[in-house]
Design a binder for this molecule. Structure first.
Ligand code: ADP
Length: 258
């Protein structure tokens, strides 16, 4: 595997590449990536999402574009555009049966991800968000090493071994000389719809302590919101902007400052 940074094609101009990682699956990495994209597009930026979580591609489902296929020509591969204008590239747009399991070895996954960067006709983008595979193993590391990533966002949940994940991610980021833009703690609490009391379902989180120790910004505590899960399930996440705009914007403002 060569670690030479990939270049885009002549039809593409990307200003900033942000990779979103998590210590394990199911913490809401894809949901947070999608919300970030929604907030950025609503602010008038041009945004793309590269679905790098090849083993569990959920971005097309979250945006309701699962049946779509990418057109390919001699120029490259066309991404699929969501109703609000986010450009998405996912392996499922190239597969005949999108629910076939992808049992690939790391190098092939890394190669495909690199191709999504080099061969997709992204056009002009202010932000390309990369939804990395979960974990801090060799696969996300290799992926990041071969792409010109400008910043990393870590998504965690209170029941994570956050200490270990943040340390490993910080180590990875240091080796690649890429800044960690911050941590987003998802599923932090549940707010009672009647009395508005916040309940820490998973107990007291250690994220705040570790973020201070490591001098990494804790960007946001995101609540458990059944409405968010419902919209992700229905492929209508773009509607969440009209339901909880404050939360959606909270994510992007912090990212934009860096
Ligand atoms: P990951 O990408 O880390 O595997 P997903 O983003 O696919 O995780 O989320 C896993 C599941 O949890 C999905 O069903 C999603 O809708 C749900 N989910 C994620 N974040 C929240 C949240 N804040 N509130 C409620 N459900 C959530």
């Amino acid at each position: 595997m060569d670690f030479e940074k990939a270049n885009t094609n002549e039809y593409t101009n990307i200003k900033k590449v942000i990779a979103i990682m998590s210590g394990k699956g199911g913490v809401g990495k894809s949901s947070v990536t999608s919300l970030l994209a929604v907030s950025l597009i609503k602010k008038g930026f041009k945004v793309g999402i590269l679905d790098g979580d090849m083993g569990g591609t959920s971005i097309p489902k979250i945006f309701g574009i699962t049946g779509e296929k990418s057109n390919t020509s001699s120029k490259g591969i066309e991404p699929v555009t969501t109703p609000s204008g986010i450009k998405v590239m996912s392996l499922s747009f190239l597969m005949e049966k999108e629910d076939s399991p992808v049992i690939w070895r790391g190098p092939l996954i890394s190669k495909t991800l690199r191709q999504f960067y080099t061969d997709v006709l992204w056009g002009d983008l202010d932000y390309l968000l990369i939804d990395l595979p979960p974990g801090t193993s060799d696969i996300p590391l290799t992926m990041m090493q071969s792409l010109p990533v400008d910043g990393i966002i870590i998504v965690s949940s209170p029941q994570d071994l956050v200490n270990m994940i943040v340390k490993k991610s910080a180590d990875m980021a240091k080796r690649m000389d890429v800044p960690i833009l911050g941590i987003i703690e998802n599923m932090s609490y549940y707010e009672c719809p009647d009395c508005k009391k916040r309940i820490n379902i998973f107990g007291k989180s250690k994220t705040e302590k570790i973020s201070k120790e490591m001098s990494i910004e804790l960007i946001a505590h995101m609540p458990i919101d059944p409405k968010l899960a419902e919209l992700c399930d229905e492929g209508a996440i773009e509607e969440y902007y009209n339901i909880n705009r404050a939360l959606v914007n909270l994510l992007s403002d912090e990212v934009l400052k860096k």
